[in-house]
Write a protein that binds this ligand. Structure first.
Ligand code: SF4
Length: 331
């Protein structure tokens, strides 16, 4: 059986059920890298220039851990999934970067996903990927449709059941890290929205388990995946007018949505070295200054971020949230 390696980083959290369904429907077997570790981050960082964003370094570390574990490595180049809305350049050049910095990696299956080129090139790109496993175009088409269905079920599940991607993947396949235990269970305490890219928020090594820590402190957590597409769209409209950067829109949209909802506070988590986030979260911060309705905290994380400092800031933020709630109940 042909094995396809998928790094547990970057777009894994967005698309894993879709990719897994596609490859398994064609008779392949998917191999996922282990959760991020200190060694992976160090090895990935050693291969890239120092000002590369942390998630790309982490991705590179995951690729290195898959060397010798699979027949092919799946590294898509997701340029655009919506007309005139583009992705960060790191996603565009990912297959080339990986080939350049990990020359001994297994053969890379790269696919250009760019909806702006039209449907025909997109179908051809999907077929090219499928051909690694079968020559039968009908089988590839069927697998692609099944994969799309799996993706839509996954998104709906996270929104309707208030699940994080890790929890949804664990429910679907019984795999992945256990992840934050129960954000869907209402607690008597506060609700805090945590916004950021899923490959930052749900990588427990790089965030020092920030979501689980909030849950342990009795806080209910809301994340971007728990909002509906309509709510995210409205959030984007509120803050930047029109969609511009695909995955940034999810973060800004979640900010715009939660800053106008009944949550008690909002925390943004940004990876060091992220160009798009530095612009887009500035938009969120300016909005907070104009509409100071919610306590807001911005955390920037890099490979050297210490656990103790992060926990102290989190606890100080929660104190502020509680004080605000107390004051509001006295008025
Ligand atoms: S959006 Fe930011 S964190 Fe994500 S890949 Fe691009 S630069 Fe890196």
């Amino acid at each position: 059986m042909i094995t396809i390696g998928i790094p547990r980083a970057l777009l894994y959290y967005h698309y894993y059920p879709m990719w897994r369904t596609f490859f398994t429907a064609l008779g392949g077997q998917v191999v996922i890298s282990e959760p991020t570790s200190r060694a992976m981050v160090a090895q990935g960082a050693a291969r890239l220039v120092s000002d590369t964003c942390l998630p790309t370094k982490v991705y590179c570390g995951h690729v290195l851990s898959l060397v010798g574990q699979c027949d092919y490595l799946f590294v898509p180049s997701v340029k655009s999934i919506e007309a005139n809305v583009y992705n960060c350049s790191k996603f565009l050049g990912l297959p080339d970067v990986i080939r350049a910095v990990v020359p001994h990696c297994p053969p890379v299956i790269d696919v250009d996903i760019d909806i702006n080129k039209g449907q025909r090139p997109l179908y051809q790109a999907i077929y090219q990927v499928g051909r690694k496993l079968t020559w039968n175009p009908v089988k590839v088409r069927r697998a692609a449709l099944e994969a799309l269905e799996a993706h839509s079920r996954y998104r709906t599940m996270m929104h309707e059941q208030s699940l994080t991607p890790i929890q949804a993947i664990a429910r679907l396949y019984g795999e992945g890290e256990p992840g934050p235990s129960a954000p869907s269970v209402p607690s008597r305490g506060s609700t805090v929205a945590v916004i950021g890219h899923p490959y930052v928020l749900y990588d427990e090594y790089i965030t020092h388990r920030i979501l689980q820590r909030l849950l342990d402190l009795g806080v209910r957590v809301a994340t971007p995946e728990m909002a509906s597409n309509t709510e995210l769209g409205l959030g984007v409209e509120r803050l930047i007018g029109r969609p511009y950067w695909t995955f940034e829109d999810e973060v800004v949209g979640a900010g715009g949505h939660y800053l106008n909802s009944a949550v008690d506070g909002v925390v943004s988590v940004v990876a060091f070295g992220c160009g798009p986030d530095s612009v887009m979260l500035e938009v969120v911060q300016r909005y907070v200054k104009r509409h100071p309705t919610h306590p807001y905290m911005a955390l920037t994380i890099d490979e050297h971020t210490g656990e103790a400092g992060l926990v102290t800031r989190l606890e100080a933020f929660l104190d502020m949230v509680k004080r605000r709630k107390r004051l509001a109940s006295c008025v």
